[in-house]
Design a protein around this ligand. Structure first.
Ligand code: SF4
Ligand code: SF4
Length: 115
């Protein structure tokens, strides 16, 4: 189980891209192979940033900054009811942002048997 620690230092980096998860096998069948898919998406400004064969997922990233991000990288709707749920929960797993204030560590959970 992954445990999160640290805190947000409001750098705004996670607000500059939209990340998406798609079904891997269906997508690769449509495009022929990963190289073809990557080429097609690059033309459209979309990067393939990873894949997980076990869970049948492909990960995309698109450079589209959030409209609520100010010029000095702050969130206009921070601490308001307008902040999207996804932003409140982020990050729930390691992302590819090097300077994020959060880190993750694998932690073993011990479950005691009740007799
Ligand atoms: S709403 Fe705020 S926290 Fe969410 S992506 Fe936009 S700027 Fe970032
Ligand atoms: S990348 Fe991390 S530290 Fe920066 S705004 Fe997003 S959650 Fe906060």
């Amino acid at each position: 189980m992954l445990m999160r620690s640290g805190e947000c230092h409001h750098c705004g980096e996670c607000c500059e891209t939209v990340n998406m998860t798609v079904v891997r096998d269906v997508t690769l069948r449509q495009h022929g192979n990963l190289e073809e898919l990557t080429r097609y998406l690059e033309y459209r400004g979309i990067r393939v940033i990873g894949e997980d064969v076990a869970t049948n997922q492909l990960y995309y990233s698109i450079d589209i900054p959030c409209r609520q991000l100010t010029g000095d990288q702050q969130c206009r709707v921070h601490n308001t009811p307008e902040k999207p749920l996804l932003c409140l929960k982020y990050p729930w797993a390691p992302d590819d942002i090097k300077n994020c204030g959060y880190t993750f560590k694998e932690q073993t959970v011990l479950i005691e048997e009740v007799s």
